[in-house]
Design a protein around this ligand. Structure first.
Ligand code: WQD
Length: 339
């Protein structure tokens, strides 16, 4: 019998790509989203890619009764929880809003999972939990540093909540996936990232500059102790990232977990500097980008990249796409939405 996966925040950037890969892998997907930070574009794109309509519930996971009803209406075998606020800077200005939304929604999911006989829960975590570290690449055993923003703190807190919950309730199993820097778009250019206003993240800023929406990309700092002076990150293709979710969900549903709570890094293991990324974007897309060096952005870590060995060996997942392929997809998506 087909298994059903609930994707909270399924109309967003990561959720929409995960929905496509789960459906392609044979899962029934139920999407739930409150559309607080997205419109119908990605949902429509998902349906177009898959050639069918998927169940879509417009609801807020901070609403405990609505969350509970979802678990009554559908027999959910696994839930992937994306629904959360994600702007680091805004979280510093609006901590209460961030803690309330990101914690309440996850607690409601766990409560519903518990009262409906248990569930497999996949939490969307972040490499931000590692903070600044001298020991690179980071493994899942690397110590977490104190979070530098309320956003980062909600990721750490939700990981801990999930760990404690599976300990207390054996009917709940949990996996936290720690994403490095997700970038790119689906090769169809039907789904991708739709930042609200001025993008905070590098790749949407690059594509918006290339298309003329922004005048110039600021590269934040070229005096870091890295080979070319700019920060290094582990940029992971969004489709590769989505496939890691399929592996993790299948591991949970098939009862293959070694422990009831597991953590995996989802990255490539390959450090790429800001300048290297800009150069690769120009080369693969045959264009010149207007950029300048500006002072460091407060809060940025010098360098971070994953040791993805555990995900490679235990999940049987590996990042496949090259950074060039990913940047070509990001550019195709920017051009598609400009139309
Ligand atoms: C990458 C590099 C910047 C913009 C953040 C969050 C993390 C996760 C992903 C998710 C850095 C440089 C950027 C620009 C630049 N959040 N940069 N000019 O900071 O690694 O991670 O996003 O929801 O939790 O912390 O990603 O894309 O913002 O920056 O030079 O205009 O690009 O300094 O070195 P980051 P990013």
């Amino acid at each position: 019998m087909k298994k059903t996966v609930l994707v909270s925040g399924g109309a967003g950037f990561i959720g929409s790509h995960v929905t496509v890969e789960l459906t392609n892998a044979g899962y029934d997907v139920v999407i739930a989203d409150n559309f607080s930070n997205c419109d119908m574009t990605n949902y429509k794109g998902v349906c177009q890619i898959l050639g069918k309509e998927l169940p879509l519930i417009k609801m807020d996971f901070c609403d405990a009764a609505a969350t509970d009803k979802l678990f009554t209406d559908y027999k959910i075998d696994a839930v992937i929880h994306f629904a959360a606020f994600k702007a680091v800077g805004e979280s510093v200005a609006e901590p209460i809003k961030y803690y309330k939304n990101n914690l309440d929604s996850f607690l409601n999911v766990l409560e519903a999972a518990r009262t409906h006989g248990g569930c497999n829960v996949l939490f969307s975590s972040s490499a931000t939990v590692y903070g600044e570290t001298d020991v690179l690449p980071v493994t899942e055993q690397s110590p977490r540093q104190p979070a530098t923003s309320p956003y980062g703190n909600t990721k750490q807190m939700c990981e801990d909540i999930l760990r404690d919950t599976v300990k207390a309730f054996p009917q709940i199993k949990g996996i936290a996936l720690r994403y490095f820097n997700p970038i790119g778009a689906h090769p169809s250019a039907l789904i991708g990232e739709l930042p609200n206003g001025v993008p905070n993240n590098l790749v949407p800023f690059i594509t918006q500059t290339a298309i003329g929406k922004r005048e110039c990309l600021s590269i934040f700092g070229n005096d870091y102790p890295t080979p070319d002076g700019t920060c290094q990150r582990d940029y992971i293709d969004i489709v590769d990232l989505a496939k890691a979710h399929v592996c993790a969900v299948t591991r949970m549903i098939d009862g293959k977990m070694d422990e009831s709570y597991e953590i995996f890094n989802v990255g490539t293991g390959r450090p790429v500097s800001v300048l290297e990324l800009v150069n690769a974007f120009e080369k693969v897309n045959g264009l010149k980008l207007n950029y300048k060096f500006t002072p460091r952005r407060p809060g940025d870590v010098t360098a971070i990249w994953a040791d993805p060995t555990r995900a490679n060996e235990v999940l049987g997942w590996k990042a496949e796409r090259t950074v060039e392929e990913t940047l070509a997809a990001a550019w195709a998506w920017e051009k598609a939405i400009a139309k």
